[in-house]
Design a protein around this ligand. Structure first.
Ligand code: SF4
Length: 472
């Protein structure tokens, strides 16, 4: 009887991509992805350590699984990702029924560790302090038939005081451009039409081999790949942002007019405390130059509320900068103490109720800004890539969803047989803070739509993210 597996993913795009590799490795080892709603033989948690909430989720899910594992001794549980890299043997102390603990630098070891745990009937823990092989050489089960993540670097050389990532993912390591371009061409041959270049600090790419224009050059090379319709990247750092990237974005047809650039705070005093190595004038200067070169570009960001020592005045500076920047969306987070980070040891932590109140104020403020930005698009034309999940149609449903060039969600009533992976040209007819409403004007079949249809025909509907019922 072939054993089945499920992968539960927390955190960032890097983790989502690592989960594709975990699934690819388990496929290659002869396991099968479990059907939705069925209990899997192997449960893998790919964890995050950026916020306290991530810890609670993991340990909550592990205690949920304890009685299930007790009733089914053949079941195996594995914990990987950033929290495993940080907590290591603490996980086995808290949950001794866990079979495998593996880190961020040795995803490839999982199948061997599972087998060893089964044969030796003993928990296995393997954590490496540094990366040995670039994970991109590992097999991957891509969750999408026509879009793909492509890692260009791992790790980070920055030392933001609130962030645990450099400790867990190590210093920056860059992949050779030839390997990246080879992987992208292979993906395009498989029907992928949209890629997202991934790195903790994607625009620092090249620092490993001393070439500051390496990222702009990589984007330029992506522009020469036939069949590659859309190129995106995540996440750039304002300190390392160079004007040649703006020039390439503006002059390369398949590089999309969207920039997700974390701000974190609108107060220069707090940016200094965060050790972000830029000030608001530099950040706004980049936005101005991006908008001069691409007036249609959309900017999104990340903001932390309640960093230690944040005063009402600092917070107001963040509110004012959000007004000035006119972000299409801002992912806002409450500051969370991370043991082992400099900010975690700072004395002047902000009271939780004050953080909560500010978080709500910023959220509402940004909602109003996003609504205004989206309403200004009513009447404009956009080309949307029909999404995999919301784009799946059943008999009753003609409302589909897609992503515009500038990375905004758009719902539209389909008048054609548009498939996930196809393009539709739309006129925007309405807007909310979180999405646009469009009217379909034209349907363009793509190789992405073909790839989606071929995969559906071959293996049926794919579970988008393999998971177990979440702990509420
Ligand atoms: S740039 Fe800063 S926040 Fe981002 S991963 Fe590096 S240290 Fe963390």
């Amino acid at each position: 009887m072939t054993r089945t597996y499920t992968v539960e993913t927390y955190g960032c795009q890097m983790n989502v991509h690592d989960s594709e590799r975990i699934a690819g490795l388990l496929d290659e080892a002869g396991y099968l992805p479990v059907e939705p709603g069925v209990q899997a033989d192997i449960v893998v948690f790919n964890t995050c350590a950026v916020r306290e909430n991530a810890d609670n989720k993991l340990y909550g899910n592990l205690s949920f699984l304890a009685p299930i594992k007790k009733a089914n001794p053949n079941m195996q549980i594995a914990v990987g990702g950033c929290l495993a890299q940080k907590d290591q043997s603490i996980i086995l102390k808290k949950a001794p029924y866990v079979d495998v603990v593996f880190g961020t630098h040795n995803v490839g070891s999982l199948p061997v560790l599972l087998e060893r745990a089964r044969i030796e009937e003993e928990s296995q823990i393997e954590i490496l302090e540094a990366l040995e092989h670039f994970p991109s050489t590992l097999p991957a089960r891509r969750f999408s038939a026509f879009t793909s993540w492509v890692s260009i670097s791992v790790g980070c050389n920055n030392t933001c005081t609130f962030c645990i990532v450099p400790t867990l993912r190590g210093i920056e390591k860059d992949r050779p451009a030839v390997d990246i371009l080879k992987e992208i061409r292979a993906l395009v041959d498989q029907g992928v039409i949209e890629i997202t270049l991934l790195g903790q600090n994607v625009n620092a790419y090249g620092v490993d081999f001393g070439d500051r224009s390496a990222f702009a050059n990589l984007l330029r090379e992506c522009g020469k790949i036939d069949g590659l319709e859309r190129v995106r990247f995540m996440s750039p750092h304002p300190r390392d942002f160079t004007d040649d990237v703006i020039e390439v974005m503006a002059n390369t047809k398949n590089v999309m007019p969207h920039l997700h650039m974390p701000l974190q705070s609108g107060s220069n005093r707090i940016l200094q405390e965060m050790r972000r190595s830029y000030r608001t004038s530099r950040y706004l200067g980049i936005l101005d130059r991006v908008r001069q070169a691409m007036p249609e570009a959309m900017i999104t960001t990340d903001i932390i509320v309640g960093f230690p020592g944040e005063t009402e005045e600092d917070f107001q500076a963040t509110m004012d900068l959000a007004t000035q920047a006119q972000f299409a969306a801002a992912y806002t987070y409450k500051y969370s103490i991370r043991p082992g980070t400099p900010a975690g040891a700072m004395a002047n932590q902000v009271l939780a109720e004050v953080v909560g109140e500010r978080y709500t104020r910023l959220h509402e403020h940004q909602q109003a800004i996003s609504l205004g930005v989206n309403q200004r698009s009513i009447g404009t034309k956009h080309r949307a890539l029909v999404s995999e999940v919301e784009g799946r149609r059943d008999a009753a449903q003609s409302r589909l969803t897609g992503k515009t060039e500038d990375f905004r969600l758009v719902h539209f009533d389909a008048v054609s047989e548009a498939r996930p992976g196809d393009f539709v040209d739309l006129t925007i007819t309405d807007a909310s803070a979180h999405y646009l409403i469009g009217r379909e004007e034209a349907h363009i079949e793509t190789r992405g739509g073909d790839a989606f249809a071929a995969r559906e025909a071959k293996v049926g509907p794919q579970p988008t993210m393999l998971g177990i019922p979440k702990v509420k």
